[in-house]
Design a protein around this ligand. Sequence first.
Ligand SMILES: [Zn+2]
Length: 66
Amino acid sequence: MSDIIDTAQELQLKQVNIQPRDYSTPSLSECEECGNAIPPERQKLGAVTLCIECKSLEEKYANRYR
Ligand SMILES: [Zn+2]
């Protein structure tokens, strides 16, 4: 009987290790730049550190270097 319990625990551990998202950086709830709240829908993308405004500004500046 103990073998069955061990197997069940192993399976549970494996399920915990398999996460749906593989982003190493978690999203912030507030913008790194201006401190504005980042919408939860945006946070779900993972590794989100900027609000929509700052992100679009950043992209504008990034385009200047091209
Ligand atoms: Zn911002």
